[in-house]
Ligand binder design. Structure first.
Ligand code: XLS
Ligand code: NI
Ligand code: NI
Length: 442
């Protein structure tokens, strides 16, 4: 990959970020992420498949419900929307290539501002897609996934595909159609549905069954269109329990697995799991990963972290080595992502106002995952972690336990076994032992 700048360089004074190793004290260098280093049979780049989230990095301006923008972007000055969008794309490819990120992800309206004119929006997006093709060709950067933002516009205040007004649903269809077209044109490897408004604020005014039927019908309609256009990638559903709705239908991994099965969407759809969404649902991210793996649905992940002391989607950059090591243990044992990667759906803080802050954030996130990959690989290769867990179940490996697993024992057989064997021995779950084992490999 080579650094790609447009006519103007936006992140002046910051060069290509390189691997300098553990001893480096350069804050703009990797200490762990070495793209071509082979770990567990693949390079770090192939395992981790990092992506930059266009919306947080190049649109998110630091505004919050209590205050105006604090991030003033030099690419956001021209008055013409398309020219402004091209500057933003120049800045984004400059950043992505300087960071050595192999992928990016976007919503339709991240690339270029939309108006209320459907045909004009299609034209605008098409222009940026053509520009993006050139940028991708020059840099080698690829599109991990595209999506449509069908939650910000006021017409979606009652939902997009679950809106009680069919007219609003049709607008969501128009946006998803052109976002799918853009994703295909840019050789996007996957397409994401995050249903931010697909849920309810009050059950008093909501026909939940009808809305969920509409959501499923909409997903089928979109999938059929994309397949007809030749899209070969995977569709991902991104679960989140709430925010902005009180209750989002794609609540968590287990809920979405049931939904996909009920509505006959397995086969085309997998999961894009996000750390901060798991914690909002009252789960660890490890739990969400394991649910997806156990159902054969681990597609991709949005990397970030929440805040222990508050309860919303703060989307901070990941930095906890022990926790991320536990994610990587699950991901490695599962054989990696099905088509997806690690998208930094994370934003720098409102008061992080230096251009270098975006670099520090990604350096930290990439390093913590690279380090976690090495730790997880060491644990799997060198320790008795897997054996300790498997041994807990060894009473099912032979004899009556095995017969039970094979469906050969009746309830009466269980009773007779219990009666003849007396009390079971107490067997330790060894939780503290395993917790210490992770720390030992850090
Ligand atoms: C919001 C979601 C969103 C999706 C893409 O909470 O994480 O950013 O990833 O629409
Ligand atoms: Ni996300
Ligand atoms: Ni999120």
């Amino acid at each position: 990959m080579s650094v790609v700048t447009g006519e103007k360089e936006f992140f002046t004074g910051i060069n290509q970020i390189k691997y300098e190793g553990r001893e480096s004290d350069n804050p703009l260098a990797f200490r762990w992420y070495e793209a071509d280093k082979v770990v567990a049979g693949k390079t770090m780049k192939e395992h981790l498949r990092f992506a930059c989230a266009y919306w947080h990095s190049f649109n998110g301006n630091g505004a919050d419900p209590f205050g105006a923008a604090t991030h003033v972007f030099p690419w956001d000055v021209k008055s013409d929307a398309v020219e402004r969008a091209k500057d933003k794309m120049d800045a984004s490819f400059e950043f992505i290539t300087k960071m050595d990120l192999p992928y990016y992800c976007f919503h339709d309206i991240d690339l270029v501002d939309y108006t209320n004119d459907v045909s004009d929006n299609e034209k605008r997006l098409h222009t940026l897609v053509e520009y993006g093709k050139q940028k991708q060709a020059e840099s080698g950067v690829k599109l991990l996934w595209g999506t449509a933002n069908v939650f910000s516009h006021s017409r979606y205040m009652n939902g997009a595909s679950t809106n009680p007004d069919f007219h609003a649903l049709a607008h969501a269809g128009a946006q998803v159609k052109s976002a799918i077209d853009a994703t295909i044109a840019l050789k996007g490897e996957n397409y994401v549905f995050w249903g931010g408004r697909e849920g309810y604020m009050s059950l008093l005014n909501t026909d939940m069954k009808r809305e969920q039927d509409h959501l499923a019908k909409f997903l089928h309609t979109a999938k059929d269109y994309a397949r007809k256009q030749g899209f070969k990638g995977t569709f991902f559903i991104e679960p989140k329990p709430c925010e902005p709705t009180k209750h989002q239908y794609d609540y968590d991994a287990a809920t979405v697995c049931g939904f996909l099965q009920k509505y006959d969407l397995l086969g085309d759809f997998k999961l894009n799991l996000e750390v901060n969404h798991a914690t909002l649902a009252g789960h660890t991210f490890q739990h969400e990963l394991q649910v997806a793996v156990d159902n054969g649905l681990l597609g991709s992940m949005d990397a970030n972290r929440g805040d222990m002391q508050n309860g919303w989607d703060t989307d901070q950059f990941p930095n906890d080595v022990m926790e991320v090591a536990e994610y990587m243990l699950i991901i490695l044992q599962a054989g990696g992502f099905a088509g997806g990667g690690i998208n930094f759906d994370a934003k720098i803080r409102r008061n992080s106002t230096d251009p270098s802050d975006l670099f520090y954030a990604h350096v930290g996130g990439m390093d913590v995952f690279a380090r976690a990959l090495i730790i997880a690989d060491n644990i799997l290769q060198k320790s008795d972690y897997k054996k300790t867990r498997a041994d807990r179940y060894n009473s099912f490996d032979s004899g009556a336990g095995r017969e039970f697993e094979n469906g050969k024992l009746s309830l009466k057989d269980l009773r007779d076994y219990a009666a003849s064997k007396g009390e079971p021995a107490r067997t330790s779950g060894k939780q503290e032992y395993l917790e210490n084992l992770i720390n030992r490999y850090i």
